[in-house]
Design a protein around this ligand. Structure first.
Ligand code: TXA
Ligand code: MG
Length: 336
């Protein structure tokens, strides 16, 4: 299949482009579109055959459920059987925005979306293109990140094309996505609520809104179906080169690889240290966690493009505002 690439104004998308994409979605096709976090790969969430095409295009295991994107909180309520006070409070504070809520599913949601599980993940994105597309399609959109399974999430249309060209109908190119990391996933079907995936909305913000939540940890669940969260999947969000996460500034590791004639990308905060070897490409990362998150996948995609052998990353501080970045780095570093 030929993948069409359509440019859109990210702040004020052209109605013709949105209408074209909505037509594709209503006909059961797949459209990649920008959100405020990363690019999503959308299909009509109420059409099981369309959703099946997402799993096929991504090579995604059938036991990994999808997030359903809506343009209004009332549309989320139509997809669930319970809408607790906590959901109301969180939606009021953080929607539209990078927070996904897991709630008991209603019968309107096809099995394939939830991987057969009893809950559904819902989110109302903030990006103007995403919102216009959902409204024009007139249906909620199931949309995982628009990458092949286990690969890095895309923050540019070019990244989407590299993974999915020829596998999907259309990509709406709205430029670089601002957030750069996937949404926070919070399970409201348990008491207390449980953080399944750290993201741009940090635990402190959630706790301030609804009270105590269970912290994200290194839980592993074996042989269960569906998977409770991507956090249970080990290697994920990974670049092609092997990535090492080190506790110091990383100079010594980068230097060692350089001496062994391996090409290295060295992601560090240490802008003033001399660069060890000619094989080492130093990338000075921002000390601000939001900015770091916004550039991380872009830098890792660039490392893939350049074909480096190794990526050495200096660990960001062990602090709440770095939780999501540290989580993604840890997963990228997990051996294959
Ligand atoms: O920022 C984001 O969340 C992006 C954009 C496109 O919205 N989407 C995204 O989707 O990251 P995806 O599929 O790559 O990651 C969503 C994760 C899934 O891996 C899945 O494990 C988890 O959310 N999830 C989905 N439904 C769930 C459910 N019912 N219960 C628990 N976890 C669920
Ligand atoms: Mg993903």
């Amino acid at each position: 299949m030929r993948t069409e690439l359509l440019s859109v104004n990210p702040g004020d998308p052209e109605p013709e482009a949105i209408a074209r994409a909505a037509d594709v979605l209503r006909a059961g096709g797949l459209v990649a579109f920008p959100t405020e976090t990363v690019y999503g790969l959308g299909a009509n969430a109420l059409d099981a055959a369309a959703v099946a095409r997402i799993f096929l295009a991504k090579g995604r295991p059938a036991n990994n459920p999808l997030i359903v994107h809506v343009a209004h909180p009332s549309a989320a309520r139509d997809l669930v059987t319970a809408w607790p006070q906590t959901a109301d409070e969180l939606a009021k504070r953080f929607w539209p925005g990078p927070l996904t809520l897991v709630l008991p599913r209603s019968s309107a949601v096809p099995d394939i979306v939830t991987a057969g599980g009893p809950t559904v993940a819902v989110r109302m994105p903030a990006h103007a293109v995403a919102r216009a597309l959902i409204v024009a399609a007139g249906v909620p959109l199931a949309a995982p990140s628009a990458n092949r399974s286990t690969r890095l999430s895309p923050t540019r249309a070019e990244h989407v094309m590299r993974d999915l060209d020829g596998r999907i109908q259309l990509v709406l190119d709205g430029g670089r996505t601002a957030g750069g990391l996937e949404s926070t996933v919070l399970d409201l079907s348990t008491t207390p609520p449980r953080l399944l995936r750290p993201g741009l909305i940090v635990p402190g913000q959630i706790v301030a809104a609804i009270g105590p939540i269970m912290e994200h940890g290194e839980q592993r669940l074996l042989g269960s179906s569906p998977l409770p969260s991507p956090g249970m999947m080990g290697r994920h969000y990974a670049p092609r080169a092997s990535l090492e996460l080190v506790e110091d500034d990383g100079w010594q590791r980068a230097d060692a690889h350089g001496r062994a004639h391996r090409t290295v990308a060295w992601l560090t905060f240490a802008g003033s240290l001399p660069c060890p070897q000619k094989e080492v490409k130093r990338i000075v990362m921002p000390r601000d966690p939001g900015l770091y998150a916004s550039f991380l996948y872009e830098v890792l995609h660039a490392c893939d493009e350049a074909g480096v052998d190794r990526i050495v990353v200096a660990s960001p501080p062990d602090a709440e505002e770095w939780l999501a970045v540290r989580d993604r780095l840890r997963r990228a570093a997990t051996p294959a």
